[in-house]
Design a protein around this ligand. Structure first.
Ligand SMILES: O=c1ccn([C@@H]2O[C@H](COP(=O)(O)OP(=O)(O)O[C@H]3O[C@@H](CO)[C@H](O)[C@H]3O)[C@@H](O)[C@H]2O)c(=O)[nH]1
Ligand code: MN
Length: 383
């Protein structure tokens, strides 16, 4: 039983719903019964469903949701030859939803992710335990994933100096002694990367050696990923500011006809982080958690991932050493420059990167065709 509301809790500012400024993008090959679990949280929002695989298959969407659904025929019709940059038979297809959205924010979630009621009781007990035992935490109520992502996106990030009390903008926290006041304004947050309980997002080798491992650990924190540090971005529970960073969220060429899979979100995350660092934007990771219910087949995953597992030993140094010119003042300009460098420096790893670099350019051309009013960002401020 949660503690009675305190003055602080009562004062905690309500999180805006942003229901007319946020689209929920779901890639799927399944019926979307999982939406029933999310109805209280998702019903107010517009959904963009990207149906992968056989376009003649009918995807059932529970009644009462406002959605648009795109299958492969729709993608080919809308993008024409540029549809070649959108993966087929891989969750990477979800990025088409980012491109066709007209909203400022995107939340993308997999169709096997839940906020399990039983699980939330465990979480609430966890919070309650902390509330009664260690400190009064003004929130102290079950946080729904979307609400937490919105909180993360609407509050600044602190990439230039690490705050040891984690998110300084969170109720009940602040900047600690020694934190430079000149840096306390923070920068706009472009990405909110959520985590997963139960089935963690492990790579295939780890899944194979630890088939029974489940993540039951709640870490009640949100962290800004420091400037100059890359991270493995998972697309399972992810939100971002589409106006600030949308064009960088290209989930790279995977799946059918490609030599690699399950690196779509990783590629987007590495490109996004390098561009956020360059433009003075922030990336956060941590809360919210979702309950990831289904482990995909580790043997199939190994086949998809194996080239990526040794390629990434060259890809990561590439991104770590990437320098973007000063005149790259928009995400699009940064992305085109990145594509150029991918072609120059990674094609020696495998001809796939030649193809990927071209697909990156096609993606930007398609993005700008569907979103003619390009955005530009200088020092973290959208112009
Ligand atoms: O060919 C496909 C396969 C799946 N999807 C949809 O994509 C998501 C994720 O699918 P699934 O849950 O089966 O895969 P996981 O291994 O658990 O997750 C991986 O996918 C990425 C994160 O989204 C990342 O690589 C891993 O976390 C579901 O919605 C499927 O319906 C698809 O569209 N096409
Ligand atoms: Mn899954």
């Amino acid at each position: 039983m949660a503690e009675p509301a305190t003055a602080t809790q009562a004062a905690a500012p309500a999180v805006p719903q942003l229901k007319d400024e946020l689209d929920i993008v779901i890639p799927t090959i399944r019926n979307l019964d999982f939406l029933e679990m999310w109805r209280p949280f998702f019903q107010p929002y517009h959904l963009i469903i990207v149906q992968d695989g056989d376009p003649s298959k009918t995807i059932k969407v529970p009644d009462g949701f406002d959605y648009e659904l795109y299958n492969r025929n729709d993608i080919n019709r809308i993008l024409g030859p540029k549809a070649s940059c959108i993966s087929f038979k891989d969750s990477a297809c979800r990025c088409f939803g980012y491109m066709v959205s007209k909203k400022k924010y995107i939340f993308t979630i997999d169709d096997d992710c839940f906020h399990d009621a039983a699980l939330w009781n465990v979480y609430c007990d966890f919070i309650y335990f902390h509330l009664t035992k260690v400190a009064k935490d003004p929130s102290g109520k079950a946080i729904n994933a979307l609400e937490q992502h919105i909180k993360n996106l609407l509050s600044p990030s602190t990439p230039f100096f690490f705050n040891t009390l984690y998110d300084p903008f969170r109720d009940g926290a602040d900047f600690v002694r020694g934190y430079p006041f000149s840096l306390r304004e923070g920068v706009p947050t472009a990405v909110s990367h959520g985590l997963w309980l139960n089935i963690p997002d492990y790579d295939a080798p780890t899944q194979l050696v630890k088939p029974l491992e489940r993540n039951t650990r709640f870490v009640d924190a949100v962290l800004t990923i420091p400037k100059g540090t890359l991270f493995p971005m998972c697309g399972m529970n992810l939100a971002f500011d589409r106006e600030l960073i949308g064009p960088a969220m290209y989930f790279g060429l995977m799946g059918d006809g490609q030599p690699i899979g399950r690196y779509d979100d990783m590629w987007a995350g590495w490109c996004t982080k390098v561009i956020c660092d360059h433009l003075g934007l922030g990336v956060k990771t941590g809360l919210p958690y979702i309950y990831h219910s289904k482990a995909s087949n580790p043997f199939v995953n190994l086949r998809k991932e194996y080239k990526g597992i040794f390629w990434q030993e060259e890809i990561i140094p590439f991104f770590q050493q990437t320098v973007l010119p000063k005149d790259c003042t928009t995400v699009q300009k940064c992305y085109i420059e990145l594509a150029k460098q991918v072609k120059e420096k990674l094609s020696k790893v495998d001809p796939y990167f030649d193809k990927l670099a071209e697909a990156m350019v096609t993606w930007i051309e398609a993005w700008d065709e569907l979103n003619p009013t390009g955005s530009s960002v200088i020092n973290g401020k959208a112009k």
